[in-house]
Design a protein around this ligand. Structure first.
Ligand code: HEC
Length: 162
């Protein structure tokens, strides 16, 4: 929506410039440079802090090492758990009551994700990123589903496959 509104306004601006007597060649140049600005702005719409990996969140998990290859067995267990315990509020690909988890490991550390699963209440009170999510999701709190640490780890492995 935002993107199309932005592009529409750029289009309007370039029409205006075209009408105010600039030559066609000039107008084309302006449009070309504006569309490259547009591409930049769109890219910056979802900013990912470069040091997101250093935000481990608050909770029992302080260090997780992910193997290079996805452990398919763990991922499968994680997927089953996710379908049982999480899909009331989450869908992998689209934002629902809570955010979509596709790509989550390129914006959050695995420790943060596990702490969010195991210790959501404290995370939502004290972690900056989680506090902002809570606001964004209309103050609907992520609930503690009582998972074990091992189960949370399996869900992280499943998230790697999304
Ligand atoms: C009652 C609804 C609900 C359930 C059930 C739920 N969540 Fe959430 N979850 C949310 C909401 C809402 C948010 C956004 C933060 C907030 O508003 O608390 C969230 C946020 C998250 C986040 C952070 C998302 C991000 O993109 O950074 C993760 C990870 C997450 N949930 C995982 C899970 C997992 C795994 C389960 C199942 C074990 C689960 N959630 C069950 C509602 C829920």
């Amino acid at each position: 929506m935002k993107k199309s509104a932005f592009l529409a306004s750029l289009f309007g601006m370039s029409l205006l410039l075209a009408c105010s007597g600039g030559s066609t060649e000039q107008t084309e140049k302006i449009v070309a440079s504006e569309s490259s600005t547009a591409a930049k702005v769109v890219k910056e719409e979802a900013p990912v802090s470069e040091d997101f990996m250093s935000d481990k969140g608050i909770g029992p998990v302080t260090a997780v090492v992910l193997d290079e290859a996805v452990n398919q067995e763990m991922a499968k267990k994680g997927e089953e758990l996710y379908n049982q315990m999480c899909t009331a509020c989450h869908k992998p690909d689209v934002n629902f009551i809570g955010p979509a988890q596709k790509g989550i490991l390129s914006r959050r550390s695995p420790e943060w994700v596990m702490n969010m699963i195991l210790n959501p209440q404290e995370m939502l009170e004290k972690n900056e990123y989680a506090k902002n999510l809570l606001k964004e999701y209309k103050n609907v709190p992520m609930t503690n589903q009582g998972l074990s640490r091992e189960q949370a780890r399996e869900i992280v492995e499943y998230f790697r496959t999304l």
